[in-house]
Design a protein around this ligand. Structure first.
Ligand code: ADP
Ligand code: MG
Length: 697
C-alpha cells in the first residue's frame, strides 16, 4: 500500500473501523439511527463507547473530549480522563455510552448573549454521530453540538444541522414531484477553500499587532508588493514545501483530503482545497484544518495567519464556500442532466437559488460579516459587499430565452419548453475565473466567495441552506397542488426569473460602475458588519428562521448581540494594541533616531559653521512633523477608546467603533507609516512588511 492510503483516516473512528470493531447488530443499529436522525439508545451507545475506547487506547489516547463549536468561532474542548481509580489502588480505563452521547462542560463563560441565566449556567454537548470521532494530540475527540438545558442552541453546529434537515425536507418534496421515489435523503455538500499567509516565526514574535490581533496595524509598503504576480502558482519554497508535506500528512490521518496547495496572488499567501463532503463534516474538517495549519506551521518555525487582511495593500484571505446539494442516490441536483425532466429539475433548483439569493441578500451578507472581513469586502481583491450571482453568458442566455419565450438559438429554432426539451448544452464558463463575483455558478455547484478566511464556515451554510429551503418550500406548496405540472412549472420558473433576474450580473464586480448599477437595480450594499448585522433581527427574517425550524427568536437575538459585541471587542483590542505600540515602541524608537540626527547636525556645526547637514536637518524636520501628527492622533484615539468604554448599549458601542474608533485608528496609522519610511531600519522597533512578506527563504 502506498503511504497516503496507509495513513489516510488512521486517526478516525470511521465507518470501516466501526464495521470492524462493532458487533454486527450494533453496527447495523447505529447506521440506522444515524440515517433516521434518531437519538441513540443507551445499549448501542455503551457498545460504541466501549469499541471507541479500546481503539483510542490502542492509539495511545488517555483522555477524551466533547469537541464543539461555541459562538467564539474557535473550537472548544474539555479533556476528561478515561482513568478511573479503584479502591485497591489500581486504575481501570472507562468510557461509558452516557459519556459518549452527552457531556456537561462547565461552559458558563462561553458567550451566550443572555440566553442562559447564571443559575443554569451549564449547557450540555450531544454527539453528532454523522461526524466521526477522531484522535487529535492524543485525545479522543467526539464531535458534538452544544445546547442549553432549555434546548437553545449555544453553538454553530446545532443550527447547521437543523438547516440541513430543513433543506432535506423541502428538497425531498421537490424531487418527489419529479418522480424520484427512490431518494430518501438529500444533503448539501461543501468544499471550503482555505487561504492563509505564512510568516517567519522570529518576525511574528516581534510584532505585538500580529500576536494580539492577527493582523498588522502598522507597516509601510515594501518596495515590492504583489505587482509582479510572480508568486501566483510559483514554485513553492523548500521550507514551505516541508510544512505542506507535514500538513498534508496530519490532515490525511484525520481523513481530510487536502487536494491542492498552491501559492496565491499575494506573496507568502497559500491555499488549501479539500475534496468536498457533506456539509456538517466539511465544517468540522475546516475547523480542524485551521487548527492544524497553525500547529504544523509552528513546528516549522512559521506562523500561519488566518486573518482576512493581515497586510494593508496586499490581497486578503478568503474561504471560498463551494456549495451544492446531492441525493443519497448520488445525483448532484445542480448538475444539468441529459433528459428534459432532469433539466427541468435542475432549472427549478437553479431558479430557487436565484430567488433565495435575491430575496435574502441581507442574510447572506451578514453571514460573512466580521470585523476582519470588513477590510476585505469591497476592497480591491475580494468580491464587493454587494451580493450578485454569476451564471456565465451561456446559461444566462438560456434563462433569458425561457423567461421571454424567445428561441435560445438566434437562427430561430423552436421555443424551449420546460419538461419537454433538453437543455442546449452549455459549457462551464471559463470567465468565472475572474473571481469578482461573490456568488458564482461553476458548472455543478455555486461558489460563495465572500466568507473570510477565519470564519466558521458553518455560518454561511446555515444561511444558504435556510433561505434555499424556504424557497423550495414555497415552490413545493405551489407545485404539489398543480393540475398541469409541466405548464405550472414553466410559469413558475418564468415568473421567478422575471422577478429576480436583477441579481444576475456577469460583469466585473470590482468595477466602480457596478456599484451605481447595483444601486439602480435596488441591490443592497451593506459596507460594514455594523450595517449588516441588524438585518438578522428584522421580523421577516426571524419568521423565516422559525418557519424553517433553524433558529428561534431568542436564539437569533442572542446571536446578534454576541456578534455585535465581538466586533466591538476585536476593534477595542486593535485600538489598545495600536496605542501600546505607538507609546512604547514607535515614538521612543524615533526619539533615538532624532537624537542621532540632531547630535550629528550639532556636531557638524561645532566643527565649522558651513558644513552642510541637509539630510540630518530635513529628515529631522519631517520626522518632527509626522511625530506631532502621530502624537495628536494617539491622544485622540485614547480619548475615543475611553469614550467607548463607558458605552453600555452594545448597538451604540458598535456604531461608535465604526464611526469614531476606526477613523481614529486610520489617522494614527498614517503618520506612523510615514515615520517608518523616514527612519533608519536599525531604529525601527519591529520587522517591516518586507521581512514579513519576503522573509521566508
Ligand atoms: P476549481 O475551483 O479550481 O475549478 P474545483 O471546481 O475542482 O476547483 O473545486 C473547488 C472546490 O470545490 C474543491 O474544494 C472541491 O472539492 C469543491 N467541490 C467540487 N464539487 C463540489 C460539490 N458538488 N459540492 C461542494 N463542493 C464541491
Ligand atoms: Mg475555486
Amino acid at each position: 500500500m502506498d503511504k497516503v492510503t496507509q495513513m489516510y483516516g488512521t486517526n478516525v473512528f470511521n465507518e470501516q473501523t466501526m464495521r470492524q470493531r462493532l458487533p454486527k447488530e450494533t453496527f447495523k443499529e447505529l447506521e440506522k439511527t444515524i440515517q433516521d436522525g434518531k437519538p441513540l439508545n443507551i445499549k448501542i451507545a455503551n457498545a460504541v463507547a466501549h469499541a471507541m475506547k479500546v481503539w483510542a487506547i490502542e492509539k495511545g489516547a488517555t483522555h477524551f473530549t466533547h469537541w464543539f463549536q461555541p459562538m467564539t468561532g474557535v473550537t472548544a474542548e474539555k479533556h476528561d480522563s478515561f482513568i478511573n481509580p479503584q479502591d485497591d489502588g489500581t486504575v481501570i480505563m472507562e468510557f461509558s455510552g452516557k459519556e459518549l452521547i452527552k457531556g456537561e462542560p462547565d461552559a458558563s463563560s462561553f458567550p451566550n448573549g443572555g440566553l442562559r441565566a447564571t443559575f443554569e449556567a451549564r449547557g450540555y454537548t450531544a454527539w453528532d454521530p454523522t461526524s466521526y470521532a477522531f484522535i487529535k494530540n492524543g485525545v479522543l475527540c467526539i464531535p458534538t453540538a452544544f445546547c442549553s438545558y432549555t434546548g437553545f442552541a449555544l453553538d454553530k453546529k446545532t443550527p447547521l444541522l437543523r438547516s440541513m434537515e430543513a433543506i432535506n425536507k423541502q428538497a425531498l418534496r421537490i424531487v418527489k414531484l419529479f418522480g424520484h421515489d427512490d431518494v430518501h435523503s438529500i444533503k448539501t455538500t461543501l468544499g471550503p477553500e482555505q487561504e492563509y499567509f505564512l510568516v517567519d516565526r522570529k518576525y511574528y514574535e516581534q510584532r505585538k499587532d500580529l500576536i494580539y490581533t492577527g493582523r498588522t496595524l502598522f507597516g509601510a509598503m515594501a518596495p515590492k508588493n504583489q505587482e509582479m504576480e510572480d508568486h501566483y502558482f510559483g514554485t513553492i519554497k523548500s521550507r514551505v514545501q516541508a510544512f505542506m508535506n507535514d500538513l498534508n500528512e496530519e490532515l490525511w490521518k484525520l481523513g481530510i483530503s487536502a487536494k491542492t496547495e498552491h501559492n496565491e496572488v499575494a506573496p507568502a499567501q497559500h491555499e488549501l482545497a479539500p475534496v468536498f463532503s457533506t456539509t456538517n463534516i466539511a465544517v468540522d474538517h475546516n475547523q480542524l484544518t485551521m487548527e492544524i495549519i497553525q500547529r504544523v506551521a509552528k513546528q516549522h518555525d512559521l506562523v500561519a495567519l488566518l486573518h482576512e487582511k493581515p497586510f494593508e495593500g496586499i490581497n486578503g484571505s478568503g474561504k471560498h464556500n463551494n456549495w451544492s446539494i446531492s441525493t443519497d442516490t448520488g445525483i448532484n441536483l445542480l448538475e444539468p442532466g441529459d433528459t428534459p425532466y432532469e433539466n427541468a429539475q435542475f432549472l427549478l433548483f437553479l431558479t430557487a437559488i436565484i430567488k433565495a439569493v435575491d430575496e435574502h441578500q441581507d442574510l447572506l451578507r451578514l453571514a460573512v460579516a466580521t470585523a476582519g472581513n470588513d477590510h476585505r469586502l469591497g476592497a480591491n481583491e475580494a468580491p464587493p459587499a454587494i451580493i450578485s450571482i454569476f451564471l456565465g453568458d451561456e446559461l444566462t442566455a438560456i434563462l433569458e430565452s425561457i423567461e421571454n419565450d424567445t428561441p435560445y438559438d438566434t437562427i430561430g429554432k423552436e421555443l424551449m419548453k420546460i419538461g419537454a426539451d433538453v437543455l442546449p448544452k452549455f459549457t462551464k464558463d471559463t470567465t468565472d475565473r475572474n473571481r469578482t463575483s461573490p456568488f458564482a455558478f461553476t458548472g455543478n455547484k455555486f461558489e460563495f466567495r465572500m466568507p473570510g478566511s477565519a470564519l466558521s464556515v458553518a455560518q454561511p451554510n446555515i444561511m444558504l441552506n435556510t433561505v434555499i429551503a424556504d424557497v423550495l418550500d414555497e415552490f413545493a406548496d405551489y407545485l404539489e397542488t398543480s393540475q398541469d405540472f409541466e405548464a405550472d412549472l414553466h410559469t413558475l420558473i418564468q415568473n421567478t426569473l422575471k422577478e429576480h433576474k436583477r441579481i444576475i450580473f456577469n460583469g466585473n464586480g470590482y468595477d466602480d460602475s457596478w456599484v451605481s448599477e447595483a444601486q439602480k437595480r435596488g441591490l443592497l450594499n451593506l459596507k460594514t458588519t455594523v450595517d449588516a448585522l441588524p438585518y438578522s433581527i428584522l421580523p421577516e427574517n426571524i419568521e423565516l428562521f422559525e418557519r424553517q425550524g433553524v433558529l428561534m427568536k431568542d436564539e437569533i437575538v442572542s446571536r446578534y448581540e454576541i456578534m455585535m459585541e465581538e466586533y466591538t471587542k476585536v476593534l477595542n483590542i486593535e485600538a489598545l494594541t495600536m496605542i501600546d505600540m505607538v507609546k512604547k515602541q514607535i515614538l521612543p524608537a524615533i526619539l533615538k533616531f532624532e537624537k542621532e540626527l540632531a547630535d550629528t547636525a550639532l556636531l557638524k556645526r561645532s566643527l565649522t559653521e558651513t558644513l552642510p547637514a541637509s539630510y540630518e536637518l530635513q529628515t529631522l524636520e519631517s520626522i518632527s512633523y509626522f511625530m506631532e501628527q502621530a502624537y495628536a492622533a494617539l491622544k485622540d484615539l485614547e480619548i475615543k477608546v475611553k469614550e467607548l468604554h463607558v458605552i453600555d448599549d452594545f448597538e451604540i458601542a458598535a456604531s461608535f467603533v465604526r464611526d469614531m474608533v476606526i477613523p481614529a485608528m486610520a489617522a494614527l496609522r498614517q503618520p506612523c507609516d510615514q515615520l517608518e519610511m523616514l527612519t533608519d531600519t536599525n531604529y525601527w522597533p519591529f520587522p517591516t512588511y518586507g521581512k514579513l512578506l519576503f522573509g521566508i527563504i
